[in-house]
Design a protein around this ligand. Structure first.
Ligand SMILES: [Zn+2]
Length: 253
């Protein structure tokens, strides 16, 4: 009996060490399966010469990246409808007033609205979305440049994830002791001081936190601003996104 118990314990420890060490490993995380394919409404803002600057194949490619990221919770995205916006002044979004003007004019209800624009200035680093839009029947939107960079990050916000470097609710400590009440409220994302990556996309930050501990930020998390390295969500982030949708009173198409 003791042998059996020891063997079981060993299996559990092995399982934890495997899943804990590799942020890309999703197979045995026992994640919820949402079983939902969203049909995104795509809007393309034309440039001053009337060019869309993006093809249907390129849009599909960007969505395939998103599908890969959301596959562990059985969420996928497709688009069957798109429109083009001829007013090229919307191609360069500089502030939140312009975001409001664009979305109030072209937004489709009960859908994830994806606007491809030429650039975003003060509205965000490269892309922008309405936080937790998946819970809002008429205002789930994302603005993304035509190269698609930031799409998965903005989907993360739309499904209710904060930045890993969020400080509005207090600074998360490196030892994780306040992870439930500060930062992004996600305990399996390490504290993130929002350092700018260097030219090789490395994390470089010389200062310690309030406890004098040095940061061990994971640059690959989709909810960081290391856009050069984005490649994974953590287990808890997946759980939050899935439960946000499953517990929502409204269901987007
Ligand atoms: Zn963001």
């Amino acid at each position: 009996m003791l042998k059996k118990f020891t063997f079981l314990l060993l299996l559990i420890v092995l399982h934890l060490s495997v899943t804990g060490q590799d942020p890309y490993y999703t197979k045995d995380r026992n994640l919820p399966c949402v079983s939902k394919k969203f049909s995104i409404f795509v809007h393309i803002v034309k440039d001053s010469l009337g060019r869309t600057g993006i093809t249907a194949e390129e849009i599909s490619k960007h969505l395939m990246e998103a599908n890969k990221a959301f596959e562990p919770i059985c969420i996928s995205f497709d688009f069957c409808i798109s429109d083009t916006i001829a007013d090229y002044s919307y191609g360069y979004i500089d502030d939140f007033i312009e975001v409001g003007l664009l979305t109030s004019r072209f937004q489709k209800k009960r859908r994830i609205n994806l606007y491809f624009v030429d650039s975003l200035g003060a509205a965000g680093p490269n892309s922008y979305s309405n936080f937790n839009g998946i819970n809002k029947p008429d205002s789930c939107f994302m603005l993304v440049p035509k190269n698609g960079i930031g799409l998965v990050h903005e989907l993360g916000h739309s499904f209710g994830l904060l930045h890993t470097f969020e400080t509005r609710f207090g600074k998360e400590l490196v030892d994780g002791s306040n992870c439930l009440t500060a930062g992004d409220f996600v305990c399996d994302t390490p504290a993130d001081p929002n350092a700018r990556p260097d030219n090789n996309c490395y994390f470089v930050y010389p200062l310690p936190d309030d406890n004098n501990d040095y940061y061990k930020t994971e640059v690959g998390n989709y909810m960081s601003h290391f856009f050069c390295a984005h490649c994974f969500f953590t287990t808890r982030q997946y759980e939050i996104m899935a439960s946000n949708y499953l517990n929502s009173n409204i269901k987007l198409w």
